[in-house]
Write a protein that binds this ligand. Structure first.
Ligand SMILES: *Cc1c(COP(=O)(O)O)cnc(C)c1O
Ligand code: SF4
Length: 335
């Protein structure tokens, strides 16, 4: 618990940052001094609008329309091309929800989609069509979700996901954690979050105090795809998380034009290590509508893994996996 007097009425700095995120293609291209006339990007409103924190924009290379960080957030006309095997819900997650917002697909662990909000909108995101408003366990289904977790003693680990769970205000996280602490079989609390990368200001003292107080083991799985995403502010935030007692892992998505070269992935693993984070998963893209232009073939992915395996110590080689609807875990694709 945070003592009452420490609670501030002021908006935390990270929320101000978040509110000031870039929300238009025109502004983003202007900041990067890219001639919008020449680039065939979408400028009209979208059901998954552009959103990118300014600190993340600052890590992009001005003038480079092919910048690997820019490519992750910039809407392209390719998104509108129809591909018959790229679907709105490729993982059929709707089938794995005993309570709306609570995914229980794998034995031993369950996942809560706490919010649809994210600090950044990644164009390849497999949850871009997810019905967050209907499937939010913090709204109408809160009691049912907690009841399910309490009743299923085989669930040892709870994953807080989203969207991004750290996009929620501290008060919401604190209230949820108090309820989770009442469930004795939950031994591990895992956060799946991109905030330490895209908005390192989020890792503030209040969040760190909250993390440090959890009775469960805390694992933070960050999401970083390219070494350029890691700057000094990110390293500092990650070090603080480790000091607060969290085990730090990273998952990446293999993305054409972003990180589909061996040198990039080697540098990423090394940059993660320097920040105290071990690579965990390298995901083959989920075939979600609008993301086909990011796909890397399994053959190319295997060749990349062969290179990583020879270039890096084993603990810096992520596991190449794909999510398969009826398989009871991530499906291993390599070796
Ligand atoms: C990815 C995922 C998990 C976690 O899988 P791990 O292999 O333990 O990292 C749990 N539940 C769902 C629904 C998932 O998609
Ligand atoms: S941060 Fe994660 S959940 Fe949010 S848009 Fe990016 S990939 Fe999707």
């Amino acid at each position: 618990m945070i003592p009452r007097m420490e609670k501030s009425r002021h908006t935390p700095a990270w929320q101000t940052e978040l509110m000031q995120a870039v929300g238009s293609v025109d502004e983003l291209l202007r900041l990067l001094r890219i001639d919008a006339g020449k680039s065939a990007v979408r400028r009209f409103s979208h059901n998954f609008p552009l959103r990118v924190p300014r600190g993340f924009v600052a890590r992009m290379e001005p003038g480079n329309i092919h910048d690997p960080l820019l490519r992750q957030v910039l809407p392209l006309p390719e998104e509108n091309r129809q591909h018959s095997d790229f679907l709105p819900d490729p993982l059929r997650e709707a089938d794995a929800m005993p309570v709306p917002g609570l995914l229980h697909k794998y034995p031993g662990r369950a996942l809560l989609t706490l919010t649809g909000a994210c600090a950044i909108h990644c164009r390849y995101c497999f949850r871009r069509h997810f019905p967050y408003a209907a499937a939010n366990p913090l709204t109408g289904n809160h009691a049912r979700a907690l009841g399910y977790l309490a009743a299923h003693t085989g669930i040892r680990e709870l994953i807080l996901s989203g969207g991004d769970p750290l996009a929620l205000p501290d008060t919401r996280l604190e209230a949820l954690a108090q309820e989770l602490a009442e469930i004795p079989h939950l031994q591990t609390l895992r956060l799946h979050t991109r905030l330490p990368i895209v908005l390192p200001e989020r890792i503030d003292n209040r969040l760190l105090a909250w993390l440090g107080e959890q009775p469960q083991r805390v694992v933070v799985v960050i999401h970083c795809n390219h070494p350029n995403e890691i700057d000094a502010s990110v390293v500092a935030a990650l070090h603080k998380l480790a000091q607060a007692g969290a085990l730090l892992l990273n998952q990446s998505v293999l993305l054409k034009g972003v990180n589909d070269e061996a040198d990039t992935l080697v540098s990423l693993s090394e940059a993660l290590l320097a920040a105290g984070v071990l690579p965990y998963y390298l995901h083959q893209l989920d075939r979600v509508q609008g993301a086909a232009h990011f796909e890397v073939s399994d053959r190319a992915a295997h060749a990349l893994m062969d290179s990583l395996h020879s270039a890096l110590p084993g603990y810096l080689v992520p596991r190449l996996v794909r999510e398969v609807p009826d398989f009871p875990g991530k499906y291993p694709l390599w070796p």
